[in-house]
Design a protein around this ligand. Structure first.
Ligand SMILES: CSC[C@H]1O[C@H](OP(=O)(O)O)[C@H](O)[C@@H]1O
Length: 348
């Protein structure tokens, strides 16, 4: 069974430090919302659904530590905790989705004593974590229909178990295809600068005995031109109402290459990644991360000191380049405006 990057038990949130993979498997314990916020900000935990799950536990820790019996005063302070967690990373909408769910749950129970609300908030955070795995498995069952037996699939970044509560989104579709008896293999983009593909996807797939070949990002076009790639599947951090999709930097480039070579380009994401409040992808906030991620590979400096650097951590793939969007409630194709509206209408 694929790894669960976040474990929770009796007031302790344990997360694998994804910065140290693949060479070190170090688990870190978190006990308060400040620690969880730092873990998200520094990418100890990363991946849109995974940071939503981590934020839910962070919000529970924050609620637990608010010493207020009056609901309005409790909730005012709880909102500040959630705002701190929401500010850690701007692009993945799953972060705010999880925090809104925790706040709405508290409000829905506002007539009860605050002490009782705190108890149920712990279980709501656990529910968010457990649901994410089931959502990913449902997504996998839908998506694997699109993956033919023998497919050689290109991935970008890590949209696997490590990026979620477990099982994965894009990699979850590939796990489901293998479980359905299909003989698939993966070509994993290393995904500069944070190397989620090299460090995380290759590690996950090796552990699960899914054949994986690591390539540099600049090799994808060549291998497509040689007929060595049959389709592409990626995750997402935020999908606008028209289907425009924000995902790890370089995804847009892969989508353009796939279009050029007539290859299917699939996005796999839970409905918690769909932001129907945004009409199109131009409205999606794009995180700019520290220059050191580009000028250093681990501790090794690979660029001259003081060089100017850009480091947008995501880009937006226009809906016209996307062959299908796979969710736990089914698959949208073509007119994503209607398709996503239909899928979202099924969400409880
Ligand atoms: C399952 S979606 C994961 C998604 O998040 C990653 O970004 P980051 O590693 O910076 O959190 C990347 O965009 C993945 O596709």
């Amino acid at each position: 069974m694929a790894i669960k990057p976040i474990e929770y038990r009796d007031g302790v949130c344990r997360m694998i430090d994804q910065r140290l993979l693949p060479t070190e498997e170090v688990w870190r314990d978190y006990f308060d919302y400040q620690g969880v916020a730092e873990a998200i900000r520094t990418m100890v935990v990363r991946g849109a659904p995974a940071i939503g799950v981590a934020a839910a536990f962070g919000a529970w820790f924050g609620a637990r530590d608010i010493d207020e019996e009056d609901f309005d005063r409790f909730f005012a302070r709880f909102e500040k905790v959630c705002a701190t967690l929401a500010a850690t990373r701007p692009t993945a909408v799953n972060l705010s989705w999880a925090l809104e769910r925790m706040k709405n749950f508290a409000k829905a129970n506002s007539s009860y004593p605050v002490a009782d609300i705190k108890i149920v908030l712990e279980y709501e955070a656990m529910a968010i974590a457990d649901e994410d795995i089931r959502v990913n498995m449902a997504m996998g069952r839908h998506g694997q229909e699109l993956i033919p037996d023998g497919a050689r699939v290109l991935t970008h970044c890590n949209a696997g178990a490590l990026a979620t509560g477990g099982f994965g989104t894009a990699l979850g579709v590939l796990r489901a295809a293998q479980l359905a008896g299909k003989n698939i293999s993966v070509l994993a983009d290393e995904t500069r600068p944070f190397l989620q593909g090299a460090r995380l996807t290759a590690w996950e797939l090796q552990k699960d005995n899914i054949p994986v070949t690591l390539i540099c990002d600049n090799m994808a076009g060549y291998l497509m031109s040689k007929g060595e790639i049959d389709c592409v599947i990626v995750g997402a951090d935020r999908i606008a109402a028209n289907g425009d999709t924000a995902n790890k930097i370089g995804t847009y480039t892969v989508a353009v290459l796939a279009k050029e070579h007539g290859l299917p380009f699939y996005v796999a994401a839970p409905t918690s990644t769909i932001d129907m409040s945004l009409a199109d992808g131009s409205l999606i906030p794009i995180e700019e991360r520290d220059a050191r991620e580009v000028t250093h590979c681990g501790d090794k400096q690979i660029a001259p000191s003081g060089v100017a650097v850009r480091n947008p951590s995501f880009d937006v793939t226009p809906a016209r380049l996307i062959s299908a969007i796979i969710t736990e409630w089914g698959i949208a194709r073509g007119d994503y405006g209607e398709g996503l509206k239909t899928l979202m209408s099924r969400v409880r």
